[in-house]
Design a protein around this ligand. Structure first.
Ligand SMILES: Cc1ncc(COP(=O)(O)O)c(C=O)c1O
Length: 479
């Protein structure tokens, strides 16, 4: 029987509302998709946008960047995708093969969470934590390693915050027999030795950032010897290595860019087929936002139905109150890194010098956001919400107890808002269908869970003075 509904084998629930005994009924918790039905093209939202987003600008001339400007960092296949206007982009066979190691991922109906919340809402989530790296990041690292490999590149550099992205790129590089150097934000390097060990196990070289291996790292260390680092600094270091390598090393970014968001659309495409297979369609689609890639991954394939077919869907991008890019940042051109080496991107930004407080959702501590997500929030097609750290861990703990899966602190931002929407349904009596992306597991985040359980987590509501200080670093651009 379909519909994620109860399948009655005998009579009914007992007085406690529980199944009367073994083998009496079966809930369709896991809505699986056969590997042969996995989509074989990524969805590119660019041609469906009501207006084109402002172009990326050269950091020196402030003129739109050309493919040549990007060639120092990225291989041709990815540069082409960055600017593509093709709606569907075929996934090469070697990437499909690597995806099949863990895809299609399950879509889950959170029956137990619904019961705990006593909500008439139906809650579904895509479980990206089942990938070998533990998060959605592998969907793009495999693709990026592949396009670099076929361009003859043998080594990649990157940055990582909490370690999820670095782990994903380390695995992808080991699959395609490439070298991988990861600049890991120092606070995570010190706090998460097991994440570091994991990347090293896959063959990566892992350096704390700022490091003494780059000019920018040395400058940062001289100016701020005790700095805990930031994603913006680590990006600058990784880019510097690629830019000075004479073409032998390329740079790989785990979020923000169009091609990264593109690779993540496999999540939403699968979710659509899976929801359709049980006769469901979401009223609300939710994802957490660092740079915006997993959110875009779940949201964009559904946004196609909104933009092309006029479907009404409530899209919610969730960020931490400690790093409120979409909810409190201005919409402006800014750099993607601290040193100002990347192209200028039109985005919501807290300023490229903004140093977010040390919350445990390391992957959400980024000053900016993807141009495509910013564009859709700016145009009112999508909305943003910000949540505090303790409510996130409260949601994660409830989720873990109901669903058995320990979510990453980042993913907990989506879970928090999904729960809040389900509670609203309880109050209004509406039976909405809610879909969110469970972007990764939290097995390496036990320090954070410990702190929460001991009541020692701090909630940051960013002070206006700190916000304004970061915003002051946004460059003046006449565009
Ligand atoms: C589990 C998890 N979810 C979400 C994110 C945020 O990144 P993005 O917004 O690109 O999905 C990260 C980033 O490291 C992550 O590790």
């Amino acid at each position: 029987m379909h519909g994620g509904a109860w399948v009655w084998r005998e009579r009914s629930l007992n007085a406690a509302g529980m199944p009367p005994g073994k083998g009496t009924m079966m809930r369709n918790y896991n809505i699986l998709l056969d590997a042969s039905k996995m989509p074989d093209a990524w969805y590119n939202i660019a041609p469906d946008l009501p207006s084109p987003p402002p172009p990326p600008l050269h950091p020196g001339t402030h003129q739109p960047v050309s493919p040549d400007d990007l060639a120092v960092l990225f291989p041709p296949g990815l540069i082409e995708q960055e600017a593509s206007q093709e709606r569907w982009i075929s996934i090469p066979g070697e990437i499909m093969d690597a995806y099949r190691l863990y895809r299609p991922t399950p879509l889950r109906r959170a029956y137990r969470l619904e019961e705990a919340l006593k909500t008439p809402a139906k809650i579904f989530y895509k479980n990206e934590s089942v990938s070998p790296s533990g998060s959605h990041k592998l969907n793009t690292s495999i693709a990026q390693a592949y396009y670099n490999k076929i361009a003859g590149i043998k080594a990649l550099t990157t940055e990582t915050g909490a370690g999820q992205w670095g782990t994903a790129l380390s695995i992808a590089c080991s699959m395609f027999d490439m070298k991988c150097t990861v600049y890991m934000v120092r606070v995570s390097f010190d706090q998460k030795p097991y994440r570091r060990g994991l990347m090293q196990t896959y063959g990566a070289t892992v350096l704390p950032s700022p490091s003494d291996t780059t000019d920018f790292g040395r400058k940062m260390l001289a100016e701020h010897p005790d700095t805990t680092g930031s994603l913006g600094i680590a990006i600058s270091e990784a880019i510097e290595v690629a830019a000075k390598s004479g073409g032998t090393v390329k740079y790989s970014l785990g979020s923000v860019l169009n091609h990264v968001l593109l690779h993540q659309t496999i999540i939403g495409e699968e979710a659509k087929i899976q929801m359709e297979s049980v006769g469901e369609y979401p009223d609300i689609v939710i994802g957490c936002v660092g740079g915006g890639s997993n959110y875009a991954g779940i949201a964009f394939p559904f946004a196609h139905d909104m933009l092309v077919n006029g479907k009404k869907i409530d899209f919610i991008a969730v960020e931490p109150t400690a790093c409120p890019t979409l909810t409190r940042g201005p919409y402006a051109y800014d750099f993607g890194d601290t040193a100002g080496m990347t192209p200028l991107l039109k985005q919501y930004t807290l300023g490229h010098n903004f140093m977010p407080p040390g919350i445990h959702a390391g992957g959400l501590r980024y000053h900016g956001v993807a141009v495509l997500v910013a564009h859709l929030v700016k145009s009112g097609h999508m909305r943003a919400a910000a949540v505090r750290q303790n409510p996130v861990f409260e949601a994660n703990t409830l989720f873990a107890r109901c669903e058995g899966i320990l979510p990453a602190p980042e993913s907990g931002h989506a879970i928090r808002v999904a729960i809040d929407e389900a509670i609203k349904c309880r109050e209004s009596g509406e039976a909405k269908t809610i879909l969110f992306n469970m972007s990764g597991h939290g097995h390496f985040d036990m320090t954070a869970y410990d702190a929460y359980l001991r009541g020692e987590l701090v909630d940051y509501e960013l002070e206006d003075a700190i916000l304004q200080e970061g915003i002051a670093s946004i460059p003046k651009v006449n565009a």
